[in-house]
Ligand binder design. Structure first.
Ligand code: ZN
Ligand code: ZN
Length: 464
């Protein structure tokens, strides 16, 4: 059995000294040989985790759980920090989505059918921590490694991974109730499963190696949890990975929705060298953060008479003379339009306690994102909306706008997440302005309410 120096006792969990020692060991260690295999690992221990079961408010409770044996490609990770993602608000707090056709999100996919609500699920979809044990088939990580448990897997050999689209790795869709395997059990023997094979809102994450990315860094858990959160990865992925669209230095970028994902896109645009970065959000506090982390302009969609026209005007450039390089669109539409638009608004689970947006369904922001884009430009959509979207047909058909949808803003986990961590280490990415609430494991539920009502930009749960 390969374990960390801290052993497997509950008392050994979560100390900063142990984390630093483990991280240090990981930094210094070398893989023994390319074909080495660890022996089988069997563990039995208790740990605490936030488990959802049943319906309605109160469905998520902190439970004492017994870990099941780690086998095959499974990886056991002691959680250091986890971002409280807005997409999980409904399942964690037991809120009902607005009755719109086609509701389906990564966090709830499959759970509305086949009795998924009766399953005991460890909530969350990713986090950061230290590997404590690995199954015999694992080779990507070793005990002692610090890792990001990514919101999107990367198997490396499926149809999509082989074609450069690791963000939509085909393992991602394998999270129906029938795909999950029990990773722990409650005292009465009820099996417990990891949400989306990963979980995150617990002292331990039990996943498989396709979801883990080794991170060789000594960054504090609260910061690493923010940088490696699904929202940061998606925002930085959309603007710096080049998977969905490329962003040229000097470009004009509009970001529709300045939650943690949009604010990461603002930062990615700055890092990539965009000259004009326009942040759009109804919440004043979020517009202030946007200006702090890189936006050159902000727009309040509640007070701006025409958001689309405003963005097109801001991106017009110094001349409208077509034959002199002017950026005017040529008469059919005013102004130029942004070279890249990142849409990151999405549908609301509950009305915010701060300023609510003009459209709780999230459809209007998507349409505006499309309309504010330059001819020849790119629109990347990241937000979760429901129902059927309407777009101007003429513009959609022959307007010269390229739309890109995907997971995680197109980020390739193994290639991009270490790069994002380096952006934080070098002072390029500001994590602390986004992680405006830090809570211990026990206070997770209250922090999730703050995320739901948008009284914080986002929140990080820290374990230990
Ligand atoms: Zn997420
Ligand atoms: Zn794959």
């Amino acid at each position: 059995m390969r374990t960390t120096k801290t052993g497997l006792s509950r008392r050994g969990l979560g100390t900063k000294g142990a984390a630093a020692a483990a991280a240090g060991a990981a930094l210094a260690s070398q893989s023994p040989t390319a074909f080495a295999q660890a022996p089988a690992v069997v563990t039995a221990r208790m740990f605490r985790g936030w488990v959802s079961r049943g319906n309605g408010p109160g469905r998520t409770t902190l439970q004492d759980l017994r870990l099941r044996p780690i086998a095959g490609r499974q990886v056991l990770v002691r959680t250091e920090a986890t971002n409280l993602c807005y997409s999980n608000v409904g399942v964690v707090l037991g809120l009902q989505a607005a009755p719109t056709a086609g509701a389906r999100t990564p966090a709830t996919a499959g759970l509305a059918t086949a009795g998924g609500n009766d399953m005991a699920l460890l909530q969350g979809h990713g986090g950061v921590g230290v590997v404590e044990a690995v199954g015999p088939e694992v080779r990507r990580v070793q005990p002692g490694d610090r890792v990001c448990v990514s919101g999107t897997p990367q198997c490396g050999s499926c149809y999509h991974c082989l074609r450069g689209r690791a963000d939509v790795c085909q393992l991602l869709g394998r999270n129906l109730p029938s795909d999950l395997i029990p990773v722990a059990e409650v005292r009465d023997g009820t099996p417990v499963y990891s949400n989306s094979h990963i979980g995150g809102l617990a002292e331990l994450m039990i996943t498989t190696e396709e979801w883990v990315v080794p991170i060789f860094t000594r960054v504090e858990p609260r910061d690493l949890g923010m940088v490696c959160g699904c929202v940061s990865v998606a925002g930085l992925g959309a603007t710096t990975s080049g998977t969905l669209a490329t962003l040229a230095p000097g470009a004009t970028v509009a970001v529709v929705g300045c939650g943690p994902l949009g604010l990461s896109a603002v930062q990615g645009a700055r890092i990539a060298g965009a000259s004009t970065i326009i942040g759009i959000d109804p919440i004043g506090m979020r517009r202030d953060v946007a200006l702090k982390v890189g936006a050159t302009h902000v727009i309040d969609p509640n007070t701006e008479r025409n958001v689309v026209e405003r963005v097109r005007a801001l991106s017009a450039g110094p001349t409208t003379r077509a034959w002199a390089g002017g950026r005017d669109s040529g008469g059919r539409r005013s102004g130029a339009g942004a070279d890249l638009v990142v849409e990151a608004a999405g549908a609301e689970w509950v009305r915010p306690k701060l300023e609510g947006g003009p459209d709780p369904s999230g459809h209007v922001p998507v349409r505006q994102a499309y309309e504010m884009c330059s001819c020849g430009g790119d629109v990347i959509t990241t937000a979760l909306i429901r129902g059927t979207l309407e777009l101007p047909a003429f513009l959609f058909a022959i307007g010269g706008i390229s739309h890109h949808g995907g997971q995680a803003g197109g980020a390739n986990p193994m290639r991009d997440i270490p790069r994002f961590v380096e952006m934080f280490e070098k002072g390029q990415y500001d994590a602390r302005s986004l992680a405006t609430r830090i809570v211990p494991l026990e206070d997770m539920l209250g922090a999730y309410e703050e995320v739901a009502y948008r009284t914080t930009v986002t929140a990080i749960m820290v374990n230990g």
